[in-house]
Write a protein that binds this ligand. Structure first.
Ligand code: SF4
Length: 328
């Protein structure tokens, strides 16, 4: 299956990006799918159009995180959205055939406007970002899009746009499917949504001692003020981390029993989590060091990936222009 997905470079990648997306992307790559993974820098501009000072460095950081998480440029096409200008051309052409009402009813449009109420999001790019997203997906004729639950509607909209284009001009695009990630979103260390602005993230490129500094003081079930107070793992963000980092059956029982019967302390519980996190994250930290030992490596990967992506995007655009009877 041809698969496509992207990450917006709005900050340094954190373990929530790894658990929610990159780990799954690597699995899809290793299962032999034809994967296209990109840094969605134009998408970052839809909400952060006035904060571009660090855009270049965040773009490279996201690509570094792709590589550190085991995405392999020999197996997957890893590229940066703004290097393949054909995405913008296709988005413009789609904008001619997409009714405004389709965009106004996108649930994340209103939600994000409310969540980011301190920002002026009356820009056209923000309303149009599902159209750009449809272009990102369809330009590679992707069949599968790994997404979280909040993005399923966007893939549905992409299918509608593909159908409308195919109906108006003739068959060019397949209708992609959502590949729903079963992993719930990892909360921040204070139990709220993981977000740079809350200061509750655990950066992916941290080493063990930095992770320890974030995890040991992490919020727990507020009922457990003392070790003798019983708690409930379901009310504790540490539990979500245990699940995300693959706690086994026996340790699960130990945590559930120890927590609900006040037999273990939260520090014991977090130490177990830290062991599991270390086991999973250590290869990533090692890859980070290896990547950083060659100052040209990331840019070389980007250049080659951009070329590979561009060839396919150009081919699709040729068919699109032909079908739409554009002279050029
Ligand atoms: S024992 Fe573990 S699951 Fe229970 S409240 Fe403490 S950290 Fe959370």
């Amino acid at each position: 299956m041809r698969i496509l997905s992207g990450v917006r470079p709005t900050g340094k990648p954190h373990i929530g990006n790894y658990i929610g997306a990159l780990r799954n992307w690597k699995r899809l790559q290793d299962e032999g799918h034809e994967c296209f993974y990109f840094v969605a820098d134009w998408h970052a501009l839809t909400t952060s159009y006035d904060e571009t000072d660090e855009l270049k460095s965040y773009t490279r950081d996201v690509m570094r995180s792709f590589l550190a998480c085991g995405l392999d440029p020999e197996k997957s096409t890893l590229f940066v959205q703004s290097a393949v200008k054909e995405h913008s051309e296709l988005a413009l052409l789609f904008s001619m055939i997409v009714p405004l009402s389709w965009l106004e009813r996108v649930p994340t449009y209103k939600e994000m406007k409310q969540q980011l109420s301190e920002k002026d999001l009356s820009n056209a790019g923000f309303l149009l970002y599902p159209v750009l997203q449809a272009a990102d997906i369809l330009i590679y004729l992707a069949q599968g899009v790994p997404v979280g639950e909040d993005q399923v509607y966007h893939v549905e909209l992409t299918r509608e746009i593909a159908r409308r284009f195919n109906f108006l001009y003739g068959e060019v695009f397949p209708e992609p499917q959502s590949l729903l990630s079963v992993v719930p979103k990892l909360p921040g260390t204070d139990g709220r949504k993981m977000s740079k602005s809350y200061g509750n993230i655990v950066p992916l490129e941290n080493n063990y001692s930095e992770v320890e500094k974030k995890i040991l003081p992490m919020m727990t079930d507020p009922a457990r003020k003392r070790k003798t107070d019983p708690g409930d793992p379901q009310k504790c963000p540490v539990w979500s981390y245990h699940i995300a980092f693959g706690i086994d059956e026996q340790d699960s029982q130990w945590v559930i029993e120890g927590c609900t019967k006040a037999k273990i302390g939260c520090i014991d519980c977090k130490k177990l989590l830290l062991r599991n996190m270390r086991r999973e994250l250590e290869p990533i930290w090692e890859r980070y060091s290896k990547i950083d030992s060659d100052p040209h490596f990331v840019d070389d990967v980007i250049t080659k990936g951009n070329e590979k992506a561009r060839l396919i995007a150009q081919k699709t655009m040729q068919s699109v222009r032909d079908r739409m009877n554009l002279l050029f």
